[in-house]
Design a protein around this ligand. Structure first.
Ligand SMILES: Nc1ncnc2c1ncn2[C@@H]1O[C@H](COP(=O)(O)OP(=O)(O)OP(=O)(O)O)[C@@H](O)[C@H]1O
Ligand SMILES: [Mg+2]
Length: 216
């Protein structure tokens, strides 16, 4: 069986603040055998200690690839503008490489770029790009990892497209928002500190996941 942490299927990382989500993803980004791009933010919201070459533009990401630097801490000026462009370029890369380059894209606080928009079908290019990542990335060998504290505010389609869901503790009202996803809250509560429970989209519990302390 393929490994949920490294295969090409998407993962949603869900849980309350300070539960260990970012640390888990920081390790995944640093250790995965895939090419991995963490789409970070500049300034106060920047996630610290992300492995890899720093790139401040898509050109910088391309330069890193050209130098065989396969782990990138991408710090675009505007994440919402950067994500559709990154997606378009990665689709080109997939076409050029016959989809043989295993890629991972990590987006923390993903609800800020892919908000649940309800009945507004307005022009949300970043959300649409996240939908494309989650619906068409798998066949291009592009794994998308989206992290959020509040699954009710993350685009439902993108969340629903994720084969794997790593779940940490969350409040009663947020649990309610994901009641149809079949999460096993007893397993989540029983997990040790900082550990999340990895679920398959069918609701099946796969294993617990937890960052090594050096990534925390
Ligand atoms: N495996 C771990 N071992 C030790 N400490 C950990 C571990 N995972 C997380 N921590 C600590 O817990 C705190 C929260 O971790 P982290 O930032 O990963 O949480 P988070 O779920 O991303 O929170 P937020 O939603 O607020 O961003 C940090 O201080 C981190 O150092
Ligand atoms: Mg975090």
């Amino acid at each position: 069986m393929s490994d949920p942490l490294t295969d090409g299927h998407n993962m949603a990382v869900l849980g309350a603040t300070q539960t260990g989500k970012t640390s888990f993803a920081r390790e995944l980004h640093a250790e995965t055998p895939r090419v991995s791009i963490w789409v970070n933010e500049r300034g106060k919201k920047r996630v610290p200690n992300i492995a890899g070459t720093e790139a401040r533009s898509l050109e910088g990401v391309k330069r890193a690839f050209a130098r065989d630097e396969w782990r990138v801490n991408y710090l675009p000026a505007d994440r919402n503008a950067a994500i559709p462009k990154l997606q378009g370029w990665l689709w080109e890369v997939a076409a050029r490489t016959d989809r043989e380059l295993p890629v991972q894209v990590v987006v923390d606080e993903v609800d800020r770029v892919a908000p649940q928009s309800g009945k507004e079908y307005g022009n949300l290019p970043a959300r649409d790009a996240v939908r494309d990542f989650t619906s068409e990335g798998v066949k291009r060998n592009v794994k998308f990892v989206g992290i959020t504290q509040d699954p009710a505010t993350y685009d439902k389609q993108a969340l629903g497209n994720s084969r794997y869901r790593a779940v940490w503790d969350m409040s009663a009202e947020r649990r309610k928002a994901v009641r149809n996803y079949g999460f096993d809250w007893r397993e989540v509560e029983a997990a040790e500190q900082y550990a999340g429970v990895l679920h398959h989209m069918r609701g099946e519990v796969l294993r617990t996941v937890k960052a090594a302390a050096r990534y925390a």
